[in-house]
Design a binder for this molecule. Sequence first.
Ligand SMILES: Cc1cc2nc3c(=O)[nH]c(=O)nc-3n(C[C@H](O)[C@H](O)[C@H](O)COP(=O)(O)OP(=O)(O)OC[C@H]3O[C@@H](n4cnc5c(N)ncnc54)[C@H](O)[C@@H]3O)c2cc1C
Length: 523
Amino acid sequence: MAEETVDVLIIGSGHSGGMAAKILTEKGISCLMLNAGPVADAHKDTEPKPAYALPFRGFSQPGRLPHVFQSNEFNANTWVDEREVPYTYDPQHPYNWVRVRLFGGRSLFWSRQSFRLSDYEFKGKSHDGYGDDWPIALADVAPYYSRVEAIFRVQGRADGLPQYPDGNFVPDDSPWTGCMQRFIAAGKQMGVPVCKPRSSLGVDGLASSVNLLLPDAFATGRLKAIPNVVVRELSVDKNTGRVNEAHFVDRLSRREMSVKARVVVLAAGTLESTRLLLNSKLANSSGVMGHYLVDQVYGPGIVCSVPEARDGKATPELIGGGALVPRFRNINSKAKNFIRGYALNVHSSTRPMDPRNFAEYGEALQKKLDSYNGSGFSTSIMGEVLSRYENHVSIDPKVVDAWDIPALRIETKYTDNEINMARDAVDTSIALAEAAGFEVLSKNYDPNPPGYSIHELGTCRMGNDPKTSVLNKWSQSHDIKNLFVVDGASFVSAGWQNPTMTIVALAMRASEYLADQMRQGNV
Ligand SMILES: Cc1cc2nc3c(=O)[nH]c(=O)nc-3n(C[C@H](O)[C@H](O)[C@H](O)COP(=O)(O)OP(=O)(O)OC[C@H]3O[C@@H](n4cnc5c(N)ncnc54)[C@H](O)[C@@H]3O)c2cc1C
């Protein structure tokens, strides 16, 4: 392998790597993709097993996935085993890092909420003075969002709100259920917008890199991909300062290999891309690599019951469906104890209620559950976490993974801004629910640990100034012109929005720029 020099080496096969491969190969460029995990076998790997056939009867194996709240013994092979690829943190400030190394990465499992950032995020500092503006605006990314939305078949409704930019949607003509209409009316009274959610329909129930992006790349005949290889380090040509080689290990045989490349595109997922660069000691003349780690606050919210739906009276006209309350704080007015804002995910469901929402025990509890069955309504926050230098990752000097690659140490915590924002989200939810005539059964003010949203972003942020940013506005390293980072590491701020549409749009934009620069002989 060391004899061959590939044109572009792409590390990672998820949303971001898939988009890079599609664009570059369609522009006539040959690519090699390396991916740390195996190709999933959709038949074998999804074969249902009864709980009694599993050593832990369906529960998680202790120590294997302590931070992956979605995991159980049935789906354990989906996630990165934390004993194999550990990370460290101060036990007072835990971090939930949820990773997938299968070919296709997290695109195989995401929930598909699909939003654009607005200029309240891209130009956040201009709006409220905090942090830094991105070096790009919505107008720069909008054409790419439109193309990405077409590929992912994002369903939505145009709302005409600047903080919830409209896009190129498959129209959502679904009617509102009765409980949602009441919530909308309550929102109108209180100046809180309630909109249809937006999400990727994909194709055949999948909106992943492996079915929407990589087939186009393979069809060009210009993409080769190697699964089950873990990249440990990149090296540079001492004469030119350019990155020229990747060193990797076969996950199973542990054989060490390397490949030479003209250009390297990192798409290993925010924190793995940053870990690889930190381990390679590259592209960090600014000193900000690893810093400004952000995500979104998740957890706080309320659970309610719609009284008219109790005792078997729930109908599909009354109960069901979802809504999204886009950010409404700190747009035209100022909240008293936090900046930026949050969105609310709103759901109503005919499913049985969770017993934890009731104070009763035994027979009394069963009576309540029977009566309230099918009357559920809930809200939950998606709140912007402020971008702060102190929230950062570094290489742990003592811990390595199964292939002796130094592990990441994650040091991040939420502060009063996130806590106050979460409190406002819950109090506002209660006020809206009560105005709509619902009974509030439970409320939770406590944020889950950072990382829980599975939207880790930043750590190689983009900017115009090489002294304060790692990448330029094209996701290209300021220091090393033939190095690009196309996953969420480039984010300057998190926003409240689920990030994947932005990640994929920026990967598309960066890849087109890279193809152009290669054509002109600049890279
Ligand atoms: C359950 C769940 C629900 C989610 N819901 C939403 C949602 O509703 N909306 C939304 O916007 N986002 C959502 N997300 C987040 C979304 O999935 C991610 O933002 C997105 O998929 C990230 O894509 P990526 O390509 O940057 O990284 P990843 O998908 O993490 O892909 C990275 C790839 O790089 C490979 N890799 C890592 N390290 C190495 C290495 N050293 N060498 C070689 N290969 C390496 C891995 O094998 C992996 O395949 C969700 C995620 C999960 C898990």
